[in-house]
Design a protein around this ligand. Structure first.
Ligand code: GLU
Ligand code: ZN
Length: 299
């Protein structure tokens, strides 16, 4: 057992096979944990069962194994943790911060202030109370003070939730818990001390910190990694990157991932076994070398 108090995690959504973008985030998260002698947990974020692809979680886990990742403890599946999310919801409801919302996406877009569609919910249903007999989502009232945090790579980030985000959904109209709530509950219950993930989630972080405050949870450190972009400037997705990832030559892809994260592996590492690759990578991991800008795929 490690004596470090560092607990990291990787939390992929099982929506398709492992692609290079996922690999990069996993490598960054793994190296942060391992270079600090910490634990590294694996959590499958299948809370949105409507997006989960059958067999994708197992496929991903097998791929992670082929790339030499070793996680601590059992893999956790969000689809089996509804009772924990219910409990958190009860806490928030007890604080009178939750209300039912029956607005459709279209209504919200139409209602945006001065005809400008900001997508920010205007709080129209705030005076509705529970229980409500028609299908509805549950929203959490946003706080009116700025949430500011120091990201370990991206620096200071601040968001005023009520004006920049609005009251946000914590349980969806279809009855599923929202990612924002599930991720906060799981990180807290798993004792995660540092969250390492892609910058696409930087803007979700203030909502998550706000939820931690409302639920009385400790706030982990945050480290957002540059994304892998395709040549059209889009975040690398299943369609663009999947083909590029060859798990029969894991070291090759891992080296590309390391370089994407600004690390400088020597050319000799090309010819090494997985074990020596990871040894080198853990030993030479340099946080301050990680670029702040998203990078275009260079495989
Ligand atoms: N499940 C999310 C994703 O795959 C990541 C969530 C997180 O790391 O907080 O994009
Ligand atoms: Zn509403």
């Amino acid at each position: 057992m490690s004596t470090s108090r560092y607990i990291g995690r990787y939390a992929p959504s099982p929506t398709g096979p492992l692609h290079f973008g996922t690999l990069v985030a996993a490598v960054g998260s793994y190296l942060q944990a391992k270079s600090r002698q910490g634990q590294w947990l694996m959590r499958i974020e299948d809370v949105d069962i409507t997006r989960s692809v059958t067999g994708a979680a197992d496929d991903m886990l097998r791929s992670f194994e082929r790339f030499g990742f070793e996680w601590d403890g059992e893999v956790i599946y969000q689809s089996q943790r509804t009772e924990h999310y219910e409990q958190a919801l009860a806490t928030l409801t007890g604080k009178n911060r939750v209300y039912p919302c029956t607005c459709s996406r279209k209504q919200i877009a139409d209602d945006s202030s001065e005809g400008v569609s900001t997508g920010i919910y205007n709080g129209k249903c705030r005076s509705r109370s529970l229980p409500l007999n028609v299908e509805h989502a549950l929203r959490l009232r946003a706080g009116d003070t700025a949430i500011t945090f120091e990201d370990l790579v991206m620096g200071r980030h601040s968001q005023q939730l009520d004006t920049e985000c609005g009251d946000f959904v914590i349980k969806r109209r279809d009855g599923l818990f929202a990612y924002q709530l599930a991720v906060v509950v799981d990180d807290a219950l798993q004792g995660v001390t540092e969250v390492v993930r892609g910058t696409d989630l930087l803007d979700s972080t203030p909502r998550q910190i706000y939820l931690q405050q409302q639920l009385g949870y400790a706030q982990p450190d945050y480290l957002h990694l540059p994304l892998v972009m395709d040549e059209t400037g889009q975040k690398l997705g299943k369609s663009t990157g999947a083909a590029a990832l060859d798990s029969s030559q894991p070291v090759k892809s891992l080296l590309a991932a390391l370089k994407h994260l600004g690390q400088q592996p020597p050319a000799e590492l090309q010819a090494t076994e997985l074990k020596s690759f990871w040894q080198w990578a853990i030993e030479h991991w340099k946080l301050h070398n990680i670029p702040k800008q998203n990078q275009t795929l260079t495989l």
